[in-house]
Design a protein around this ligand. Sequence first.
Ligand code: ADP
Length: 581
Amino acid sequence: MSKNRPWKSLSAYVLGSERLFAAGFGAMVAVTAGQLAGPLILKSIIDTSIPRGDLGGMALRAGAYLFLIIAMGILQWLAGITIGRLGLEVVRRIKRHLFGHFLSLPVSYFDGHPVGELMSRTESDTERVKEFFSRTAIALATDILLFIGILVVCFFLDAKITLWIAVAAPVILAFVLFFFDRLRVYYERQRGLWASIVANITEFLQGVEVLKAFDRIGWATGRLAANSRAKRDNDSTSSMLEFGIMGALGFSMGPLFMAAVVAALAPGILVGTFTMGTLLVFLEYGRRLFEPIMAIAENIRSIQQARASLARIDAILALPPEALGAGRPARFGSEIEFRNVWFAYKNEEWVLEDLSFTIPLGSTIALVGPSGSGKSTTVGLLTRFYRPQRGGIFVDGIPLEEIDLPSWRRTIGLVLQESWLFPGSILENVRLYDESISRDRVRSALGRVQALDFVERQAGGLEAPIAEGGRNLSGGEKQLLSFARAVAFEPSVVVLDEATASVDVRTERRIREGMAAMLEGKTALIVAHRLSSVIDADSILFFRGGRIIARGSHEELLAKAPDYAELVRLQFPDLAREAIP
Ligand code: ADP
């Protein structure tokens, strides 16, 4: 990535707020001009008005000085709020862009990037950019302008002294930068410790039940305390260094410079080549001259951080979004075919090897096999969350990659093992905020999967709120809601990864009935964890190690594949349950 690319992309976000930018920048330039003009007014009072005894001129100049101070205050305030607003606007654009882009990425991206990391990308990185805008950029621009302005004005007053300053300033800046560079390790360690403290807090709070149940709260607090102590020690050392040395430097540099100016100008004043006013201007400027140097050095860190954040944001935005297919609308009328499909999540570690099978219209295919044999992966290929490296998937003979992806996914009703619920009402969860799905359709979908009576028992019925992650519902109820969701979207194909968690006998029966209603008249691919799903299936694919090692009906497989019989006995909890009267 080129060195300037992050800044370039930042300028793209400023577009659209040019007026805000111009207003802020203009106000900043005016403030700097005012800061330069102040000492010059004082100089003309001392050098012109006082020697002439011109009281009127003196009052006029004093008035101008006062006006300048007030105007500068107002302008500074104006610059602060405009640049601050610009920062908020820019960060809003970046966040919107970033979040939209995240959602457009293929599912495989999220396998390798935990939620915490993505949160930190959208939150802390964008906040850093905002910080850069609302604080660093304005301070830095003002400081640089002021520094240049001071040099220019001083040059006209006395070129020789100005040349000294021009030589000394870069040396001092280099020294200060060198020093800040030493501090960097502390800042990096601080960031690392901060990240692990945040990660600890998140993990411990999410797993609070486990920590309490196993009496590990003491360990958790101890771990957090140790990290906090390490951070405190690191930060106190870095502040000692920062404030100790930088403070000493800042404290001594101004007075040293002033002494040098007085020593250099005093002989000239005695013989009349310099005026007292010029001395005053130099002293006033000198007081300010080192502030910009120190501030530039300090702000370099924020600039580096903002640049790193921008580069990370850019890297995400540069990731190609999921390809949406060649635009043929999905139409499914005869069969779905997996033809010699090979798939690996990474490199050539094949998870599926040479998989071939068909799902004829209206039939139910069950996938059965030991855990890790590739059943869920097969589902992920059909929903196109992943793409096979070899072979292909065909819908009515048309390769899936030629079909418009959103329309293909609309054809599918997906029910995952974990029924994901969003905060909101039951109604909105079933129709996933799609208002083209009417209340009546939602109601009839709930009725179809036999969930209506449970929904109506909730206070508020369809409008009953669902807590985060569906915490206020039982596992079985959550499953019924996700069946209703699949029904409400009226898919042609139902893809179901059955939940493995066992439920009580009554709930089990309701789920089974709900499922049967959901699958009625549909084409279905099921990762089966219920004996009933296997028995009712038109065909069973028996998976092992990423291959289909046997296929046929339940009876056929029992007869011809001894491993299958063994697996059925071990894997289907309802088998044992049915044995109990
Ligand atoms: P099953 O559904 O039969 O239990 P899966 O299809 O979930 O099996 O997994 C097949 C293999 O692929 C397993 O070895 C599993 O560890 C691996 N696997 C599953 N998901 C991923 C993933 N997102 N990234 C990498 N490997 C994965």
